[in-house]
Design a protein around this ligand. Structure first.
Ligand code: ZN
Length: 267
Protein backbone atom coordinates (compact mmCIF):
# COMPACT_ATOMS: atom_id res chain seq x y z
CA UNK A 1 0.00 0.00 0.00
CA UNK A 2 1.21 3.47 -0.84
CA UNK A 3 -0.15 6.94 -0.04
CA UNK A 4 0.68 10.10 -1.91
CA UNK A 5 -0.71 13.41 -0.67
CA UNK A 6 -2.02 15.63 -3.44
CA UNK A 7 -3.38 18.60 -1.53
CA UNK A 8 -3.67 19.47 2.12
CA UNK A 9 -4.88 22.43 4.16
CA UNK A 10 -6.62 22.83 7.51
CA UNK A 11 -9.97 21.61 6.11
CA UNK A 12 -9.27 19.57 2.96
CA UNK A 13 -7.18 16.57 2.15
CA UNK A 14 -6.78 14.67 -1.09
CA UNK A 15 -4.48 11.75 -1.61
CA UNK A 16 -3.78 8.82 -3.89
CA UNK A 17 -4.20 5.41 -2.29
CA UNK A 18 -2.32 2.72 -4.19
CA UNK A 19 -2.31 -1.05 -3.93
CA UNK A 20 -5.71 -1.70 -2.31
CA UNK A 21 -9.01 -2.99 -3.67
CA UNK A 22 -12.37 -1.23 -3.76
CA UNK A 23 -13.60 -3.05 -0.63
CA UNK A 24 -10.78 -1.54 1.41
CA UNK A 25 -11.26 1.94 -0.05
CA UNK A 26 -14.96 1.79 0.72
CA UNK A 27 -14.38 0.48 4.25
CA UNK A 28 -12.15 3.49 4.88
CA UNK A 29 -14.76 5.87 3.45
CA UNK A 30 -17.58 4.39 5.52
CA UNK A 31 -15.56 4.41 8.75
CA UNK A 32 -14.66 8.07 8.19
CA UNK A 33 -18.36 8.89 7.75
CA UNK A 34 -19.88 6.76 10.45
CA UNK A 35 -17.33 5.78 13.09
CA UNK A 36 -14.79 8.53 13.78
CA UNK A 37 -16.13 10.33 16.89
CA UNK A 38 -16.58 14.09 17.12
CA UNK A 39 -18.15 16.48 19.61
CA UNK A 40 -21.68 17.81 19.16
CA UNK A 41 -24.35 19.25 21.41
CA UNK A 42 -26.74 16.50 22.41
CA UNK A 43 -28.84 17.85 25.28
CA UNK A 44 -30.04 21.38 25.97
CA UNK A 45 -31.52 22.71 29.17
CA UNK A 46 -33.61 25.83 28.55
CA UNK A 47 -33.72 28.36 31.34
CA UNK A 48 -35.67 30.93 29.34
CA UNK A 49 -36.79 31.12 25.74
CA UNK A 50 -39.12 33.91 24.71
CA UNK A 51 -38.01 33.84 21.05
CA UNK A 52 -40.46 32.87 18.30
CA UNK A 53 -38.85 29.44 17.99
CA UNK A 54 -39.81 26.35 19.99
CA UNK A 55 -37.10 24.90 22.26
CA UNK A 56 -36.84 21.85 19.98
CA UNK A 57 -35.96 23.93 16.90
CA UNK A 58 -33.23 25.79 18.75
CA UNK A 59 -31.88 22.54 20.25
CA UNK A 60 -31.76 21.00 16.76
CA UNK A 61 -29.87 24.00 15.39
CA UNK A 62 -27.40 23.87 18.28
CA UNK A 63 -26.80 20.17 17.61
CA UNK A 64 -25.77 20.90 14.03
CA UNK A 65 -23.08 23.44 14.96
CA UNK A 66 -19.68 21.79 14.37
CA UNK A 67 -17.50 21.89 17.49
CA UNK A 68 -13.73 21.56 17.68
CA UNK A 69 -12.96 18.13 19.06
CA UNK A 70 -10.28 16.91 21.44
CA UNK A 71 -10.08 13.14 21.11
CA UNK A 72 -7.17 12.89 23.54
CA UNK A 73 -9.00 14.34 26.54
CA UNK A 74 -12.54 13.01 26.07
CA UNK A 75 -14.06 9.55 25.78
CA UNK A 76 -17.37 8.32 24.42
CA UNK A 77 -20.05 8.30 27.17
CA UNK A 78 -20.56 4.53 26.72
CA UNK A 79 -16.85 3.96 27.39
CA UNK A 80 -16.65 6.41 30.32
CA UNK A 81 -16.14 5.37 33.94
CA UNK A 82 -19.23 7.41 34.90
CA UNK A 83 -21.37 4.97 32.93
CA UNK A 84 -22.59 7.66 30.54
CA UNK A 85 -24.38 9.89 33.02
CA UNK A 86 -22.04 12.77 32.17
CA UNK A 87 -18.77 13.86 33.77
CA UNK A 88 -15.68 15.94 32.95
CA UNK A 89 -14.27 13.14 30.82
CA UNK A 90 -17.25 12.69 28.55
CA UNK A 91 -19.20 15.95 28.60
CA UNK A 92 -18.69 19.68 28.02
CA UNK A 93 -21.12 22.40 29.06
CA UNK A 94 -21.68 25.42 26.82
CA UNK A 95 -23.86 28.19 28.13
CA UNK A 96 -25.66 30.95 26.31
CA UNK A 97 -27.43 34.05 27.58
CA UNK A 98 -28.60 36.74 25.17
CA UNK A 99 -31.24 39.39 25.63
CA UNK A 100 -32.44 41.90 23.04
CA UNK A 101 -32.57 45.02 25.14
CA UNK A 102 -32.98 47.85 22.61
CA UNK A 103 -33.06 46.44 19.11
CA UNK A 104 -33.29 43.21 17.10
CA UNK A 105 -30.41 40.92 18.04
CA UNK A 106 -29.15 37.87 16.17
CA UNK A 107 -27.85 35.11 18.41
CA UNK A 108 -24.74 33.54 16.88
CA UNK A 109 -22.71 30.44 17.67
CA UNK A 110 -20.02 32.76 19.08
CA UNK A 111 -22.41 33.57 21.96
CA UNK A 112 -21.95 30.03 23.29
CA UNK A 113 -19.52 30.12 26.21
CA UNK A 114 -17.71 26.84 26.64
CA UNK A 115 -16.45 25.39 29.89
CA UNK A 116 -13.43 24.03 27.94
CA UNK A 117 -11.63 26.42 25.53
CA UNK A 118 -10.66 23.42 23.37
CA UNK A 119 -14.33 22.57 22.67
CA UNK A 120 -15.83 25.61 20.90
CA UNK A 121 -17.88 26.22 17.74
CA UNK A 122 -15.70 25.84 14.62
CA UNK A 123 -17.19 29.09 13.34
CA UNK A 124 -18.61 31.89 15.44
CA UNK A 125 -20.71 33.19 12.56
CA UNK A 126 -23.48 30.57 12.53
CA UNK A 127 -26.83 32.27 13.23
CA UNK A 128 -29.07 30.47 15.73
CA UNK A 129 -32.10 32.73 16.19
CA UNK A 130 -33.15 36.38 15.90
CA UNK A 131 -34.57 38.08 18.97
CA UNK A 132 -37.00 41.00 18.89
CA UNK A 133 -36.71 43.79 21.46
CA UNK A 134 -37.52 42.33 24.87
CA UNK A 135 -36.99 38.67 23.91
CA UNK A 136 -34.50 36.50 25.76
CA UNK A 137 -32.69 33.23 25.31
CA UNK A 138 -30.86 31.51 28.13
CA UNK A 139 -29.73 27.90 28.03
CA UNK A 140 -27.15 25.33 28.96
CA UNK A 141 -26.03 22.94 26.22
CA UNK A 142 -24.29 19.62 26.84
CA UNK A 143 -21.88 18.39 24.19
CA UNK A 144 -20.52 14.86 24.00
CA UNK A 145 -18.62 12.62 21.63
CA UNK A 146 -20.71 10.58 19.25
CA UNK A 147 -20.55 8.83 15.89
CA UNK A 148 -22.01 9.62 12.50
CA UNK A 149 -23.91 6.31 12.41
CA UNK A 150 -25.99 7.61 15.34
CA UNK A 151 -26.69 11.06 13.90
CA UNK A 152 -25.17 13.08 11.05
CA UNK A 153 -24.25 15.88 13.49
CA UNK A 154 -21.37 13.68 14.65
CA UNK A 155 -19.94 13.18 11.16
CA UNK A 156 -16.39 14.60 11.08
CA UNK A 157 -16.59 15.37 7.35
CA UNK A 158 -18.97 17.24 5.13
CA UNK A 159 -17.82 15.07 2.26
CA UNK A 160 -15.59 12.07 1.66
CA UNK A 161 -15.38 10.37 -1.72
CA UNK A 162 -13.02 8.39 -3.89
CA UNK A 163 -12.70 7.50 -7.52
CA UNK A 164 -10.57 5.13 -9.53
CA UNK A 165 -7.33 6.48 -10.94
CA UNK A 166 -8.08 7.27 -14.61
CA UNK A 167 -5.86 5.94 -17.38
CA UNK A 168 -5.93 7.41 -20.88
CA UNK A 169 -3.98 5.81 -23.67
CA UNK A 170 -3.46 7.54 -26.98
CA UNK A 171 -2.51 5.62 -30.09
CA UNK A 172 -0.22 8.18 -31.70
CA UNK A 173 -0.18 6.33 -35.01
CA UNK A 174 -3.99 6.48 -35.33
CA UNK A 175 -4.34 10.06 -33.96
CA UNK A 176 -4.83 12.58 -36.79
CA UNK A 177 -4.63 15.60 -34.41
CA UNK A 178 -8.15 16.75 -35.32
CA UNK A 179 -8.58 18.29 -31.86
CA UNK A 180 -12.14 17.00 -31.33
CA UNK A 181 -11.20 15.44 -28.00
CA UNK A 182 -9.49 18.66 -26.84
CA UNK A 183 -12.66 20.67 -27.52
CA UNK A 184 -15.05 18.16 -25.99
CA UNK A 185 -13.24 17.22 -22.79
CA UNK A 186 -15.32 18.89 -20.00
CA UNK A 187 -12.29 18.93 -17.68
CA UNK A 188 -9.94 20.39 -20.33
CA UNK A 189 -7.19 17.91 -19.62
CA UNK A 190 -6.24 17.20 -23.26
CA UNK A 191 -4.12 19.57 -25.27
CA UNK A 192 -2.39 19.73 -28.61
CA UNK A 193 1.21 20.70 -27.93
CA UNK A 194 3.81 20.86 -30.71
CA UNK A 195 1.42 18.97 -32.97
CA UNK A 196 1.08 16.17 -30.44
CA UNK A 197 -1.88 15.21 -28.23
CA UNK A 198 -0.92 15.34 -24.54
CA UNK A 199 -2.69 14.68 -21.26
CA UNK A 200 -2.16 17.54 -18.81
CA UNK A 201 -3.78 16.54 -15.50
CA UNK A 202 -5.03 12.96 -15.51
CA UNK A 203 -6.34 13.22 -11.90
CA UNK A 204 -9.00 15.69 -13.08
CA UNK A 205 -10.46 13.14 -15.56
CA UNK A 206 -14.00 12.14 -14.52
CA UNK A 207 -14.09 9.07 -16.79
CA UNK A 208 -16.92 10.50 -18.93
CA UNK A 209 -15.33 8.98 -22.08
CA UNK A 210 -16.46 11.85 -24.32
CA UNK A 211 -12.97 11.97 -25.87
CA UNK A 212 -13.33 8.31 -26.84
CA UNK A 213 -16.72 8.94 -28.45
CA UNK A 214 -15.76 11.99 -30.52
CA UNK A 215 -12.46 10.62 -31.81
CA UNK A 216 -13.01 9.75 -35.50
CA UNK A 217 -10.00 7.44 -35.67
CA UNK A 218 -10.64 5.65 -32.34
CA UNK A 219 -7.18 6.58 -31.13
CA UNK A 220 -8.14 7.23 -27.49
CA UNK A 221 -8.91 4.63 -24.87
CA UNK A 222 -10.11 5.59 -21.39
CA UNK A 223 -9.86 3.09 -18.56
CA UNK A 224 -8.97 3.05 -14.87
CA UNK A 225 -6.65 1.36 -12.43
CA UNK A 226 -8.74 -0.85 -10.13
CA UNK A 227 -6.13 -0.79 -7.38
CA UNK A 228 -5.48 2.94 -7.20
CA UNK A 229 -7.91 5.50 -5.77
CA UNK A 230 -8.07 9.25 -5.52
CA UNK A 231 -9.52 10.12 -2.13
CA UNK A 232 -10.93 13.53 -1.24
CA UNK A 233 -12.28 14.60 2.11
CA UNK A 234 -13.43 17.85 3.62
CA UNK A 235 -13.51 18.20 7.39
CA UNK A 236 -16.32 20.11 9.10
CA UNK A 237 -13.51 21.72 11.10
CA UNK A 238 -14.02 19.54 14.17
CA UNK A 239 -10.81 17.59 13.52
CA UNK A 240 -7.84 18.14 11.17
CA UNK A 241 -8.43 16.06 8.01
CA UNK A 242 -5.32 13.89 8.45
CA UNK A 243 -6.37 13.09 12.03
CA UNK A 244 -9.75 11.87 10.70
CA UNK A 245 -8.00 9.40 8.37
CA UNK A 246 -5.62 8.31 11.16
CA UNK A 247 -8.52 7.63 13.53
CA UNK A 248 -10.41 5.76 10.80
CA UNK A 249 -7.40 3.50 10.20
CA UNK A 250 -7.12 2.80 13.96
CA UNK A 251 -10.80 1.84 14.06
CA UNK A 252 -10.39 -0.41 11.00
CA UNK A 253 -7.42 -2.18 12.64
CA UNK A 254 -9.41 -2.63 15.87
CA UNK A 255 -12.37 -4.07 13.97
CA UNK A 256 -10.10 -6.54 12.13
CA UNK A 257 -8.50 -7.63 15.40
CA UNK A 258 -11.91 -8.16 17.01
CA UNK A 259 -12.95 -10.26 14.02
CA UNK A 260 -9.77 -12.31 14.23
CA UNK A 261 -10.27 -12.91 17.95
CA UNK A 262 -13.85 -14.06 17.40
CA UNK A 263 -12.65 -16.47 14.70
CA UNK A 264 -10.03 -17.90 17.09
CA UNK A 265 -12.78 -18.65 19.60
CA UNK A 266 -14.51 -20.85 17.00
CA UNK A 267 -11.49 -23.10 16.59
ZN1 ZN B 1 -18.32 10.32 31.99
Amino acid sequence: MEIQILERDDRNLSFILKGVDVAFANALRRIILAEVPTMAIDKVLFVENTSVFFDEIIAHRLGLIPLTTDLDSYVLPEECSCGGTGCDQCQVVLSLKVEAKDDIVTVYSRDLVSQDPKIVPVSGDIPIVKLKKGQKLELEAYARLGRGREHAKWQPVSTVAYKYMPQISIDLEKCNKCGNCVENCPRRILRLEDDQLVITNIIECNLCRLCEEVCPSKAIKVSWDERTFIFRLESTGSLPPERIVEEAIKILIRKSEDFENELKKLR
